[in-house]
Design a protein around this ligand. Structure first.
Ligand code: ADE
Ligand code: ZN
Length: 341
């Protein structure tokens, strides 16, 4: 392993864009299918992996929603979350803000409370056993209507002290952020932070809408911002955080060649970019793999990756005190790494 790979591996970091349902590894999928007596459309793990070849976001989402069908009980959601936290912790993720998609589960009859109790059990273990801090972001599925998002927000009412933010995910093109204007305004009134996927496959105007109509606090993906230099300047001046996901972009053919990934351009133009894994069980890698592919394909050095890790804490929804503490941890790490080199 070269020096930069070692540096990345040990770098303390936060993950800000991770769909917990997208961390369902084929091994756990088979275990849960057996536990819940569900017949899978795959004969073995090899054939699952073969099916993970996607031409676009929708092809991935079709398989992702189908696979979520094995998640039935509180224990299933706990095991899903636990598996992710152990893997993330091995990558030196010390803080994680995870998405979950309640409608994927409530629409097939799984009670909202089952999902919440299971995830919270996994989070409690991550906090006590791994020393991680964790926050929950509840996403609305944008291919469904705004009324369904409102129903979900009402279901979440008893749990709002455990939920930090709401988000917007699923099929982007044809479902602009403005479709969810009212539910996002209501969520903000309830004290929730706001994020949204925008400009992953959709045009830069969707990023505009997420900022100006939804009034998001952070933007997920946003890679297509490079098509609008004026918006780049505006976002650089505002300090908006972008959660980029290189392996996801490659797997979903959003970015054809990682050597041309937009992250270096965005970083150079003053945007607060972060690196994340999105749906690691489907896209071939956890957060360190995502840092690593950019190290291999782009002209980024240790200072750049340290800045990206710093951005991950600055762009989090943690308190100023905790962010200050994490940045001190990061600075200590970079100083000791330099001293050893
Ligand atoms: N749901 C899970 N992963 C997603 C992605 N990359 N984009 C939109 N919705 C998602
Ligand atoms: Zn995502």
């Amino acid at each position: 392993m070269n020096n930069l790979s070692q540096f990345i591996k040990g770098l303390p970091k936060a993950e800000l864009h991770l769909h917990i349902e997208g961390s369902l590894e084929p091994t756990l999928m088979f275990q849960l299918a057996e536990r819940n007596r569900i017949k899978l459309p795959f004969k073995d793990i090899e054939s699952v992996k073969e099916a993970y070849n996607f031409n676009n976001l929708q092809e991935f989402l079709n398989i992702y929603y189908q696979s979520a069908n094995v998640l039935r009980t509180e224990e299933d959601f706990r095991d899903l979350a636990r598996d992710y936290f152990y893997r993330a912790s091995r990558d030196n993720v010390i803080h994680s803000e995870i998405f979950f998609d309640p409608q994927t589960h409530t629409d097939r009859g799984i009670p909202f409370d089952v999902v919440m109790r299971g995830l919270l059990a996994g989070i409690a273990e991550a906090e006590s056993q791994l020393g991680m801090t964790v926050q929950l972001i509840m996403c609305f599925l944008r291919h469904l209507d705004e009324e369904s998002a409102f129903t979900t927000l009402r279901m979440a009412e008893p749990w709002l002290d455990k939920i930090t933010a709401v988000g917007l995910d699923s099929s982007e093109v044809g479902h602009p952020p403005s479709k969810f204007k009212h539910v996002f305004a209501t969520a903000r009134q309830k004290g929730l932070k706001l994020v949204a996927h925008a400009g992953e496959e959709g045009p830069p105007s969707y990023i505009d809408e997420a900022i100006d109509v939804l009034k998001v606090d952070r933007l997920d993906h946003g890679n297509r911002i490079v098509e609008d230099p004026l918006l780049v300047t505006r976002m650089a001046r505002s300090g908006m955080t972008f959660t980029l996901c290189p392996l996801s972009n490659q797997k979903l053919q959003v970015v054809k060649d990682l050597k041309k990934h937009p992250l270096p351009y965005m970083l150079k133009h003053g945007l607060r970019v972060t690196i994340n894994s999105d749906d690691p069980a489907y896209f071939g890698g956890y957060v360190n793999d995502n840092y690593q592919v950019l190290a291999e394909n782009c002209a980024l050095d240790a200072n750049d990756f340290a800045l990206i890790a710093r951005n991950s804490f600055l762009g989090s929804f943690l308190s100023d005190e905790t962010v200050t503490h994490y940045i001190e941890v990061l600075d200590k790490y970079t100083a000791s790494f330099e001293a050893r080199a």
